[in-house]
Design a protein around this ligand. Structure first.
Ligand code: UCC
Ligand code: FAD
Length: 553
């Protein structure tokens, strides 16, 4: 008896098949800059389609293990990871996903646009990285912190090496069991040790990539005052000089049993007079210093969200092209096209916002604009990623719920994106903080007004929606900035933040659309229109999503 067997979803080359990504790179980097990046992007794409996809699968199906003692009772604290995880580690180094922004010749070629190229690499690689993108994010954050505080540190050289035998990644130890969002009550202490080093004592509750060679840990230096601002970052070498024996006093109590990010070893760590190096002056309140790292990891989070959304779309498109329903191919079904079309628009928006945040990081990492855009990009894309991933599972029907299709992972791994690196609510409060300081929302609102003005003739409905949203925001932002602790303002912080994120995204999509339309390509204008009418205007654009589906993907 013959039985129907559905084709498994195929993956096209993620770089050459993605006209949107290539269009953005052409504009943001210029034709010469994009041409200079093509070799890197094509090489990584080829690896994603081949060895990295296999390594990703291996790492997902062989989660890490912790062996605390040897058979004789000696404490060894060994974390074993899969071969696939090690393949990802080597690929991350070779493809310079951390190193690129720290390379002089990259800056000679792309200037501040180096961060845009790095973002494109992350976009292509992240979804098939078995979440090695997590240690990569933390390594980049640690490198940014060291570059600002201790540029001759040998750790910086290792974090930014492209030699897999030399390169290391970093952990980021902030959370304690009593508080991850609210770290003011952190109990880990640092006391001066011999030779200018420090000794850290305390428990850290979530320590991802615990196999990394180092971590940046928050601790309260002896004599420092209470509260979060007085915590300071310390570099903790994870192992002794043999690279295997845990550092003195460092124990990995257990690994977390997590919903997703299953290839990532996330430990609970105990420190007992563990040697550490102060990052910057431990006598100066250090939370602000730590945020140099956190801004970078939050941007990587946005990159992971946008990359995952695009890859989910790819898989869903492949399935739709092969699956038959109601006497036809699923990809021809108007309702399914409208569903996937909406996801394509959201993926385009998420990419635009993440790319913008990386652009600002390259141009002015401590500027007012990034201060606001970093939390906005993280929170807006994090929520979109979870909603999209849920739809991608549904787009596969029952197969989307069956583990060994690999599809459920999309949802499990997306769900962490609004949690770690600051939850949606916590980042919304951070947005209030940013609105009340520096330039607040002025650059964002100005950008939206200019984009809307430029679109008045070609896309009057869209321009009108952006202008209306911007006017309302200007009023609400002023109220929030004047009294950010007012309970009504706090209660509305998430809504306000999402409106800011959606409006900024509309402006970014419109800017890109104007450039593309001048070159005879109307597809970006369609994406900008549908994003704006849906997200800002609350319109039902289902029929347009169906009609124009082929131009959205
Ligand atoms: O989750 C983690 C790692 C996961 C794995 C890596 C994934 C990477 C992506 C991978 C992609 C696949 S690590 C843990 C992450 N944890 C957090 O993000 C903490 C969340 N909580 C917050 O963000 C809070 O807003 C705090 C802790 C930063 C601050 O809250 P407080 O204690 O209420 O702070 P205050 O009192 O409002 O501010 C204290 C000081 C102030 O400075 P002073 O005292 O000088 O006025 C603030 O201006 O901190 C300053 N400050 C900031 N400075 C607060 N927020 C910021 C900021 N965003 N930037 C600069
Ligand atoms: P809580 O802060 O208790 O949050 C509970 C709820 O309260 C949330 O809904 C939150 O939004 C809300 N809330 C909290 N504060 C406010 C507020 N002020 N206003 C309104 N609502 C609020 N941490 C590290 O330091 N290093 C790591 O490597 C690391 N890896 C992680 C890996 C995974 C897989 C996960 C899931 C977490 C990891 N974390 C790590 C911890 C993570 O950063 C925290 O879980 C996160 O910041 C939330 O803190 P919490 O768990 O204490 O939740």
């Amino acid at each position: 008896m013959s039985r129907f067997v559905q084709d498994s979803p195929a993956l096209r080359d993620p770089y050459t098949s993605d006209w949107q990504l290539r269009g953005w790179l052409e504009r943001l980097l210029g034709p010469d800059g994009h041409a200079a990046a093509k070799g890197r992007l094509a090489a990584l794409s080829a690896d994603v389609l081949g060895p990295l996809r296999a390594a990703h699968h291996d790492a997902e199906t062989h989660p890490p293990t912790l062996t605390r003692f040897d058979p004789w009772g000696a404490r060894i604290e060994r974390v074993d990871v899969s071969a696939g995880w090690d393949t990802q580690r080597a690929a991350a180094a070779r493809h310079a996903v951390v190193a690129l922004p720290y390379q002089r010749d990259a800056h000679d070629t792309w200037g501040p646009g180096t961060r845009i190229v790095q973002h494109a690499l992350l976009h292509l690689w992240g979804p098939e990285s078995a979440t090695f993108s997590c240690p990569v994010a933390m390594a980049d954050g640690a490198a940014a912190l060291l570059a600002a505080t201790d540029p001759t540190s040998p750790w910086l050289a290792r974090l930014t090496s492209t030699d897999p035998a030399v390169a290391v990644t970093s952990g980021q130890w902030m959370t304690e069991s009593q508080g991850g969002s609210d770290i003011a009550g952190s109990t880990t202490t640092a006391r001066p040790g011999p030779d200018g080093t420090w000794l850290l004592t305390g428990d850290k509750w979530f320590c991802s990539a615990i196999d990394s060679a180092m971590a940046v840990a928050l601790a309260r230096p002896a004599g420092a005052g209470p509260g979060s601002r007085n915590l300071a970052p310390f570099l903790v070498p994870r192992y002794t000089s043999d690279g295997v024996t845990p550092a003195p006093g460092l124990q990995v109590l257990r690994l977390k049993d997590k919903l997703g990010t299953r290839a990532v070893p996330t430990g609970e760590v105990r420190l007992d007079d563990t040697p550490a190096i102060a990052v910057g002056d431990a006598g100066v309140p250090g939370l602000a210093r730590m945020m140099t790292l956190v801004v970078v990891t939050r941007l990587h989070n946005a990159a992971a969200a946008a990359g995952g959304m695009r890859r989910g779309l790819e898989y869903a498109l492949s399935h739709a092209a092969n699956r038959r329903v109601a006497g036809g191919v699923l990809a021809d079904n108007p309702l399914h096209r409208a569903t996937l079309g909406g996801l394509a628009v959201d993926a385009a928006g998420a990419y635009a916002l993440a790319a913008h945040a990386f652009t600002l990081l390259g141009a002015d990492p401590t500027g007012d604009e990034l201060r606001l855009v970093a939390p906005l990009a993280k929170l807006t894309t994090g929520r979109l990623a979870v909603a999209s991933a849920s739809e991608y599972l549904e787009a596969f029907g029952g197969a989307g719920y069956v583990e060994d299709t690999g599809i459920p992972r999309l949802l499990r791994d997306a769900q962490v994106l609004p949690i770690w690196e600051g939850t949606t609510n916590v980042l919304s409060i951070d947005v209030l903080r940013a609105l009340a300081t520096g330039a607040g929302a002025r650059p964002l609102l100005h950008r939206a007004e200019i984009a809307a003005d430029a679109a008045v003739t070609r896309l009057p409905d869209v321009a009108e929606a952006v202008i209306a949203a911007t006017r309302r925001l200007a009023v609400d932002v002023e109220t929030a900035a004047a009294d950010p602790r007012n309970s009504r303002v706090v209660a509305g912080a998430r809504e306000l933040a999402l409106r800011l994120g959606n409006t900024l995204t509309a402006a970014l999509l419109l800017e890109h659309a104007a450039w593309a339309t001048d070159r005879g390509d109307d597809r970006p204008a369609l994406l900008a229109t549908l994003w704006t009418l849906r997200r800002l205007g609350g319109a039902d654009v289902s029929a347009d999503l169906h009609t124009h589906f082929d131009q959205l993907i």
